[in-house]
Design a protein around this ligand. Structure first.
Ligand SMILES: *Cc1c(COP(=O)(O)O)cnc(C)c1O
Length: 234
């Protein structure tokens, strides 16, 4: 079995190759290490290998992990991204403890995050989650509704709208993987034409990272390829 630092290096190499294949600059692409279900020691190991940004889906787990990392390694200056579904009663803790939220898909949630963002912290960076594959069961705003939500978020004082996020349904071929990412990219361009400047496309996971980079991803969210298979029973 390979170690977390080895996996990180391999993922960084894959990102570099994928970027080079489409003549993109490496510094445009940020690696978000998705540490959900893995403990504080895994985060510390990755951080000591140079990884700075970590993504979490489950609030309670994330808060416990952050506290444990802080206690064990107070000098690490990590950036935390919330990427999971958001219930109204969780917004305060998210606003207090995270630097980014990728999964905003309702105006009400955005309002609460803005109201509850502590005044001494910089604005919370926000991506709007878009239901780009049109699956009935998945969260995310529809492409038709994203402009309205974006305008609402831009008006909120303690949020900073950065971009769009999507989790397309799994696809077999590279071309099939690319097509929803291309739609998300086009949606960002449409918003930019409407005067809403966005610098972020959060798209691509372990299985489809290369396709996302080919379509302009600026944040790839990688869990399994760094930390290994998740065991949800633990
Ligand atoms: C779990 C998760 C990831 C990471 O997925 P892997 O396939 O393990 O790389 C990325 N984004 C979101 C929103 C996730 O929930």
């Amino acid at each position: 079995m390979s170690t977390i630092p080895e996996n990180l290096q391999a993922v960084q190499r894959s990102i570099a190759i994928a970027a080079q294949n489409v003549s993109r600059e490496l510094h445009e692409i940020k690696l978000l290490a998705v540490s959900k279900t893995f403990g504080p020691e895994a985060v510390i190991e990755a951080a000591q290998a140079g990884q700075q940004a970590f993504g979490e889906n489950y609030l309670q787990e994330a808060l416990e992990k952050m506290a444990a990392v802080q206690a064990a390694a107070p000098d690490l200056n990590l950036e935390w991204h919330y990427i999971g579904p958001i219930q109204s009663n969780k917004t305060r803790a998210i606003a207090e403890h995270f630097d980014w939220v990728h999964s905003v898909d309702r105006e009400k949630i955005a309002q609460r995050l803005s109201e509850q963002r502590p005044a001494h912290l910089p604005p919370l960076n926000i991506c709007l989650q878009v239901n780009i594959s049109g699956e009935a069961s998945k969260s995310g705003v529809t492409p038709e509704q994203v402009l309205q939500l974006a305008k609402a978020v831009v008006a909120l004082p303690h949020l900073k709208l950065r971009g769009l996020m999507a989790i397309p349904e799994p696809a077999e071929t590279f071309a099939q993987q690319r097509s929803p990412f291309a739609r998300l990219r086009a949606l960002r361009e449409q918003l930019c034409e409407q005067g809403i400047a966005l610098d972020t496309l959060s798209m691509g996971m372990s299985a489809d990272m290369e396709a996302a980079i080919a379509e302009g991803a600026t944040i790839v969210r990688i869990g399994t390829a760094i930390f290994g298979q998740r065991d949800y029973a633990k």
